[in-house]
Design a protein around this ligand. Structure first.
Ligand SMILES: *Cc1c(COP(=O)(O)O)cnc(C)c1O
Length: 363
């Protein structure tokens, strides 16, 4: 992890002097299952529609700052007015803007680790204190009572459903209780919700809870991590704040055009999502049986599986160096000792992972 030079440590704002930039630890490999991308080919009709939209997009004009056409299409999908939607340059930008706008010095973010490490990173950039309520060390379920007890003292809360990197859902009934317990704002990060069983989204709570924010992205289920498009659903006055703090042109014209075409064609992606779900269940069973139970695997509602095995860090390295397969190493992350996260790929990619793990764990 790159540290700042001596000179820079003196020159940056004091709270940034110890900053460690997020490192996805990427190396080019034959099979990359490290970032929870969708590795299936995009449905060709959807890709054609995107290509046509891109080709027809003039580049000389600034983008529509709020992406109104795209917001209308997203709104039609989720059954909300455009006033309840803000788009961003990936979900990450919206996460940062959320913490920047509603956190800050003297404010507290409630985080439930092990979770997405970007939350704590963005909190540190925005000088926001982080209160951690740890998940159960064995099941990774939320400690619901501890979260409810902490919420009244926190300004903002983020819960991830399905959670990254553990794959489990936050029951949406609990989200309702959390919104009632928190005087500030509650964000449910649903980056992976399209892979979960029907009815798991907190969407239905939006009308009853005006402090609820739901985060979505096109990066995961819709296979468009490269275009950078995320969006939040929330009450109109919350959306006004997201609109006020954002870089006005952060979602460029090509991204708006591609996202609009993809969202119009969203039904074409459903068979791909079903295949990822089926592969996830196949991988879950296969991994659970590997090497006579040498490996623990947790059930997942997302497009990845968390596994634990002794020597995980070495296994990850050998997967990369001997098999050209990249997975994410969490073995040094607090609460995730000896854990790797494996994205669900195509059947061929998944078979390669199973064969490689069988070979490595047998030796
Ligand atoms: C991937 C991810 C996001 C958002 O990703 P973007 O590519 O920035 O849209 C948000 N939250 C979690 C937990 C994620 O894993």
């Amino acid at each position: 992890m790159a540290e700042l030079s001596e000179r820079m440590r003196r020159l940056v704002q004091p709270h940034l002097s110890t900053i460690e930039p997020y490192d996805p630890n990427f190396t080019p490999t034959r099979i990359n299952l490290s970032a929870n991308e969708n590795t299936y080919p995009m449905p060709s009709a959807a890709r054609d529609a995107i290509d046509r939209a891109l080709a027809a997009t003039p580049l000389n004009r600034y983008p529509d700052p709020m992406s109104n056409e795209l917001r209308d299409e997203l709104g039609a999908w989720h059954g909300v007015e455009r006033s309840r939607i803000c788009v961003g340059n990936g979900g990450d930008e919206l996460l940062f803007n959320f913490i920047y706008a509603f956190g800050g010095p003297g404010r507290t973010l409630l985080d439930c680790p092990p979770s997405f490490s970007e939350y704590a990173f963005f909190a540190s950039l925005a000088q926001t204190e982080v209160r951690q309520v740890w998940r159960d060390p064995e099941t990774f379920e939320l400690d619901q009572q501890a979260v409810l007890d902490a919420a009244p003292d926190c300004d903002i809360v983020i819960v991830t459903s399905p959670n990254n990197p553990t794959g489990n859902l936050v029951p949406f009934e609990f989200v309702g209780r959390l919104c009632a317990a928190c005087p500030g704002l509650v964000m449910v990060d649903e980056a992976y919700m399209e892979f979960a069983d029907a009815g798991a989204s907190a969407r239905s709570l939006l009308d009853a809870h005006d402090n609820l924010i739901i985060l979505h992205t096109l990066s995961k289920a819709f296979g468009e991590a490269g275009i950078r498009l995320g969006y939040v659903l929330a009450a109109p006055d919350i959306i006004d704040v997201f609109g006020a703090v954002r870089q006005i042109y952060s979602v460029n014209v090509l991204t708006q055009a591609a996202a609009l075409a993809a969202v119009r064609d969203r039904a074409l992606f459903l068979p791909v999502i079903d295949r990822v779900r089926a592969e996830r269940e196949r991988m879950f069973s296969a991994l659970a049986e590997i090497a006579g139970g040498a490996l623990t695997v947790w059930p997942s509602q997302a497009n990845f599986l968390l596994v634990r095995m002794s020597g995980a860090s070495e296994v990850r390295q050998r997967l990369r160096d001997e098999f050209s397969i990249l997975v994410r190493d969490f073995s040094h992350a607090p609460g995730l000792q000896d854990c790797l996260r494996i994205t669900i790929g195509t059947p061929e990619e998944n078979d390669a992972v199973l064969a490689a793990l069988r070979a490595l764990l047998a030796s």
